[in-house]
Write a protein that binds this ligand. Structure first.
Ligand code: KG4
Ligand code: ZN
Length: 334
């Protein structure tokens, strides 16, 4: 039996997971800081919180799994992309632990781990498939040909889609993170009431900054005419902007699926919780005869279980890394 401890500290959540033979034994996720009060993630505060809490989370992941530190066969960690200060805490901790226990280190790409998150707990996969990764930090269309052979074929040129949800929600005076609030407020709203312009971006890439700006100007000009515009139309406004963001995501995904003649698709990242995105993906998959895979919510947002899962594939191939591996922030798959 192979047992791996995995550490994920790419953004604001500190997470540690224990996996044995591709089955998750524990997955502790801790958002220690209330970033909602700060209106977003503050990198320096996030890395300090990782440093403060990582030991406790490791202890709690080990205790929940029933494993001891001496049962570990490897230590995995997120090496990037992410916030550099946060990544440094997790990678330095993992390297020290691996060195002290004299077990191999596995350096995991966060994007690749997301793309395989629907395979957690030994779920079989068919290659090739296309993964739509959507969160507060990512918007990528990834072509997955094998566990190691992945290519970003489309991505945002500016804001991530979760960021667009959060910024539009902020314009409406909603709390952070606004995505789930905007999703709830869309219920029963008329999604066709306020049409927003299309953003034209070549190939399978996205751009969300233009739509956010036109949303801002639209709300400002309506408020000048009627100071109660937001409260009188909140459900229709939310439904309209949500429907625009979701259709932008799905249109490009379908273009990619057609071009690469793909039959399996997956949806991951925090925005995968969006009710309209889920229902539209289910509808389109049915119409087009595609197999849709969505991980359970716990494995959609940032979590160490997906790092542990990806590390299991790497462990099998003895893809170990050295103490000189350096964390990186850029959205690359390599
Ligand atoms: O993966 P995640 O937890 O962490 C980051 O990458 O930051 O994703 C968080 C993002 C936030 O932007 C949040 O607003 C968005 O996911 N989100 C949603 C929904 N639930 C979370 N966006 C739209 N609708 C939702 N239901
Ligand atoms: Zn992520």
């Amino acid at each position: 039996m192979n047992t791996i401890l995995a550490v994920e500290t790419s953004c604001d959540d500190t997470s540690v997971s224990i996996i044995s033979d591709r089955l998750i034994e524990s997955n502790i996720i801790s958002s220690q800081i209330d970033h909602s009060k700060l209106g977003g993630v503050v990198p320096e505060i996030a890395s300090r919180a990782h440093q403060k809490n990582i030991i406790y989370i490791v202890e709690s992941a080990l205790s929940k799994s029933g494993k001891s530190i001496n049962d570990l066969d490897a230590i995995a960690y997120t090496n990037g992309p992410g916030l550099l200060g946060s990544l440094l805490v997790g990678s330095t901790f993992a390297k020290s632990l691996g060195y002290a226990l004299d077990v191999p280190l596995i350096s995991v790409n966060h994007l690749k781990a997301h793309a395989l998150s629907h395979t957690i707990n030994n779920i079989e996969i068919k290659y090739p498939f296309i993964s739509l990764l959507v969160s507060g930090g990512h918007t990528q269309i990834i072509l997955v040909s094998s566990y190691s052979d992945m290519k970003i074929i489309g991505e945002t040129r500016d804001d991530a889609v979760g960021e667009a949800f959060d910024k539009c929600a902020k314009i409406l005076g909603l709390d952070y993170p606004g995505g789930p609030i905007l999703d709830n407020l869309s219920e029963g709203g008329d999604s066709k009431k306020f049409p927003f312009p299309d953003t034209r971006v070549p190939d399978f890439d996205y751009s969300f900054s233009g739509i956010k700006t036109s949303f801002l100007y639209f709300i400002k000009s309506e408020l000048e005419k009627n100071s109660k515009f937001i409260e009188q139309n909140i459900n229709d406004i939310c439904a309209s902007i949500q429907s625009k963001l979701v259709s932008m995501l799905i249109n490009k995904l379908i273009l990619a699926v057609n071009k690469y003649d793909i039959k399996d698709i997956s949806l991951c990242g925090g925005v995968a919780a969006n009710s309209l995105l889920r229902s539209e993906m289910i509808k389109i998959s049915k119409n087009k005869g595609l197999h849709l895979h969505i991980p359970v919510p716990e494995y959609c947002t940032d979590n160490a279980a997906m790092i542990a899962n990806y590390a299991s594939f790497m462990f099998k191939e003895k893809e170990f890394s050295g103490l000189d591996t350096i964390p990186f922030s850029k959205n690359i798959i390599g």
